[in-house]
Ligand binder design. Structure first.
Ligand code: DGJ
Length: 738
């Protein structure tokens, strides 16, 4: 890893074994982009990469250079309408309304390691030689608005991160209206854009479109990253597959409103920007104040999408997730929600826990419904005191009993919300986001607390600290069940109301941080009506996230497959639930449900008292299996093999770091009569090692399994051509012969 600075030619080259990123100072003093992609040798002078030409109708910042217009060069952090008419990276307004603010190069710094971003989640290093950071300092000569553009390159990964800090070094108040965390100009637009979209119970399905002239964008204005769009996009070459070809990933380490936008201009160059959504955003920056944007992680590959995902998985698992649980396999849990809904009681918990423990479960999670007045979703949020009618002996007693059984205990919370039917709302009706005199909209009968206010976050912290100290808890599921409306704080002056959405998320992060500091061994799982806040920002605080409220195994194939493009298996909450499934009424075999849920954190969302003797026996086998293999599953390398979006089959696999073991999950959705032969080409094996599958006598070289494929025909249809039924699945355990 190296950062080359050529002072004479004012060029900058960040390079590691896999990638190069090259920039230069342009003739007008702004910062230009030259190249991002596969590693290049350092060149004594990169300026030949700057292409300029005299184009009709262009405006020129320098009267002496009619061939130079910002509209026609690649840039790093462009402003709006200062001869560039494409989407800007930022937009700032001076006191007199002037907004031709644009940045000129001032200087640079190079540091070992990575610069921390105050109050925001970000990837990190443990040793300073893991990364290097180039900070380029730019300034607007009139207003003295300064920006520090941070570029971190990791030593051993094809990964860079970007973020920006604005500093008002002038004498007047400025308004930041748009502050994208990154802008990246490409010299061509020959890309397919991939986004991960959906809705409640249908999160992160991959969608693709080719980029044509004009704008392609996704974003969220809901106050959380959302079910609808995920703050993660991929740009891949048209020929790129899972196992081959060039692709770039852009992942936003943030949990609030976001925008990811690609613009292809009429000269077929492409600009990609990613950051906080500029709509509803207006940050008032007084003299000497600064504003930091969240981070964007950029990954690059020439080896296909599995490789791209693998780089992100590894980084997020090891250098985004923090704390006690980072390097630990996750406990097998049983969550009370689908078993009890709001009717959860001490008796039920103890009875279910006893059965669950006997089946090998390690953690019992008490979901919604345990606190005062919480008989349905109309009341109770905000008070956070245990309902003594449901739990007459309190949580100290209950968690002690569970501990005696050998179980850890977890608890559900929804800290950001309040019901009007609560003590908190009765005493502090001003604590919700609202506009004076206007009725606030309601969602799931609840209102959003004004987390821009320190006293509100303090109040919730005090209540939760007490609640979580009232028993021996090891796990917290932090839920968020509505989108934000009326994003207005009674506490802020009019000129600061455009800060509410961002300040809200800063309040959420602050509460997380304080609870993590107070309970450093607690395993947090984030949740937002399932997967509405499954983003890299949350992973910094909560090492795992509830992937979706849809627990149907077949739907989960799609949801987990889509989620895996950007996020590691160990972050995906995945449970076996009862049949008929509560969301779809579909009945799938217990085995298939587990075969899907294994590829995640694994747990159950059912009442073990209702299982048959056979199912109990099966559940015991499942927990035994997961305990044996979860290290490979959660810490190994994951590969998507067959997409459930394009065929009747799905397949994926994990391989241990030493390539000695692998587990393949193969799923056939609907049964087929007299079907063709089926096979799956595996990935990530050592081509020169021989693997034995499921203790069978025959062994196969890794090269055969990857090039000819693993035959799956006999596992899903019987020899006489008759189907074995819908929703069948098979797990193959591969072991290298010593
Ligand atoms: C939504 C979550 O996604 C569910 O798992 C459950 O915790 C409910 N909220 C509880 O209200």
């Amino acid at each position: 890893m190296e950062i080359y600075i050529n002072q004479e030619h004012q060029t900058f080259h960040l390079q590691n074994n896999a990638i190069s990123y090259i920039m230069m100072v342009l003739p007008d003093g702004s910062l230009g982009h030259l190249y991002y992609g596969t590693r290049l040798h350092e060149h004594p002078n990169w300026r030949h990469l700057l292409e300029t030409c005299n184009r009709p109708m262009s405006s020129n910042p320098l009267a002496s250079r009619p061939d130079f217009s910002l509209e026609h060069v690649l840039q790093e952090y462009p402003s709006s309408h200062v001869t560039d008419y494409r989407e800007a990276a930022f937009h700032a307004i001076n006191e007199d309304g002037g907004d031709a603010i644009s940045f000129k190069y001032v200087g640079y710094r190079v540091e070992e390691g990575k610069v921390k971003i105050d109050g925001l989640p970000a990837t990190y290093v443990e040793k300073s030689d893991e990364a290097k950071t180039l900070t380029i300092i730019v300034e607007d000569p009139l207003t003295h608005l300064k920006a520090e553009l941070y570029y971190t390159i990791f030593a051993d990964a094809p990964i860079m991160t970007r973020s920006v800090k604005f500093i008002n070094e002038g004498k007047t108040t400025l308004h930041l209206r748009k502050v994208m965390s990154m802008c990246l100009d490409f010299p061509d637009h020959d890309f397919t854009w991939m986004q991960f979209s959906g809705s409640w119970a249908r999160e992160r399905h991959p969608y693709e479109r080719s980029l044509e002239i004009g704008v392609t964008a996704i974003g969220s204005l809901r106050g959380h990253s959302s079910h609808q769009q995920n703050p993660f996009v991929i740009l891949k070459r048209r020929e790129t597959t899972e196992s081959n070809g060039e692709a770039y990933a852009f992942s936003f380490v943030y949990s609030g409103n976001f925008l990811a936008l690609a613009e292809v201009d009429n000269y077929e160059t492409l600009r990609l920007t990613m950051g906080i959504h500029p709509e509803h955003f207006d940050w008032c920056l007084e003299p000497s104040q600064s504003f930091s944007t969240p981070e964007v992680v950029m990954a690059y590959t020439t080896k296909g999408l599995n490789d791209l995902s693998g780089s992100l998985h590894h980084l997020y698992r090891t250098r985004l997730v923090r704390g006690y649980w980072r390097d630990r396999v996750r406990p097998i849990l049983l969550n009370s929600w689908e078993a009890c809904y709001f009717d959860v009681t001490e008796d039920k918990v103890l009875a279910m826990a006893k059965k669950a423990k006997a089946c090998g479960v390690e953690l019992f999670v008490i979901d919604d419904g345990y606190f005062k007045n919480r008989h349905n979703d109309y009341a109770g949020l905000g008070d956070w005191e245990v309902d003594e009618e449901k739990f007459p002996h309190g949580f100290n007693y209950l968690t002690t009993r569970l501990k005696e059984m050998g179980l850890m205990t977890g608890l559900w919370i929804e800290p950001e919300m309040v019901n009007k039917e609560s003590e908190l709302y009765r005493t502090h009706p001003d604590y919700i986001l609202q506009e004076q005199g206007r009725e606030s909209a309601v969602g799931r009968h609840q209102y959003v607390l004004d987390f821009t206010r320190k006293e509100v976050v303090d109040t919730i912290y005090t209540k939760l600290e007490k609640l979580l100290s009232s028993g021996d808890f090891s796990y917290v599921k932090w839920d968020m069940n509505r989108s934000i409306s009326e994003a207005h704080s009674l506490n802020l002056p009019a000129s600061h109301q455009g800060e509410v959405f961002h300040r809200y998320i800063l309040g959420v992060y602050d509460l997380y941080e304080r609870l993590i500091q107070r309970f450093p061994h607690m395993l947090f799982e984030s949740c937002a009506s399932g997967g509405a806040r499954f983003d890299a920002g949350m992973l910094y605080y909560a090492p795992q996230a509830w992937t979706s409220d849809d627990t149907d195994a077949i739907e989960r194939l799609k949801i987990q497959y889509g989620t895996s493009y950007g996020y590691p298996l160990v972050s995906m909450g995945s449970h076996v639930s009862a049949v008929p499934n509560h969301q779809l009424m579909r009945t799938t075999p217990l085995k298939t449900r587990a075969h899907v849920a294994y590829f995640g954190t694994f747990g159950y969302e059912l009442d073990p008292r209702e299982l048959s003797v056979q199912d109990i026996a099966e559940m015991k086998k499942q927990t035994t299996f997961m305990k044996k293999y979860r290290k490979i599953i959660q810490m190994g390398t994951f590969y998507r093999l067959k997409s459930p979006f394009t065929s009747n089959e799905a397949a994926w696999m994990v391989v241990s770091d030493d390539q000695q073991e692998a587990i393949v999950g193969y799923y056939r959705i609907l049964s087929e009569v007299n079907a063709p032969y089926r096979r799956v080409k595996l990935m990530g094996l050592n081509p020169d090692l021989q693997y034995r599958i499921d203790e069978n006598e025959i062994s196969y070289y890794g090269d055969e399994l990857m090039s000819r494929g693993l035959i799956t025909t006999d596992e899903t249809s019987s020899g006489d051509g008759n189907s074995r039924g819908d929703y069948t699945s098979y797990l193959y355990i591969l072991r290298a012969i010593k």
